[in-house]
Design a protein. Structure first.
Length: 124
């Protein structure tokens, strides 16, 4: 759809993020995040998706992989070819700027004694 904020106008950088798309599709059905999580678990036959995971997807903290994209398409009755580009766009946006050394991953941040976030784990 042309001219709508967050929608594709031909440029891949303008493609709607997965989180925005998921939120729009979910709200169009009047579903809560919990309801979507329950529907996904029922359809897939596994109890592994929670409302917290749906929230992470919508906020862009995580992006579901291909199996969950397929289940989302099924449950939301949305075309998979609409979900996949949005997921790819969200993954591209999460890639940090600049090259990273091969095989190295960023270390997780930890909270220190005073609640200060640090990148080191102190062990005694």
């Amino acid at each position: 759809m042309r001219g709508m904020p967050g929608r594709a106008d031909g440029d891949p950088a303008d493609t709607e993020t997965f989180g925005a798309l998921l939120t729009r599709l979910r709200l169009a059905r009047g579903w809560s995040q919990l309801r979507l999580a329950e529907m996904l678990c029922a359809a897939a036959g596994v109890p592994t998706i929670t409302r917290h995971e749906v929230s992470r997807w919508e906020r862009g903290e995580r992006t579901p992989g291909p199996p969950w994209l397929a289940w989302l398409a099924f449950v939301l009755q949305a075309p998979l070819d609409e979900l996949e580009p949005a997921a790819a766009n969200s993954r591209r946006r999460r890639v940090p700027d600049g090259p990273q050394p091969p095989g190295e991953r960023p270390r997780p941040l930890r909270r220190g004694a005073q609640g200060v976030v640090t990148d080191r784990i102190h062990r005694t």
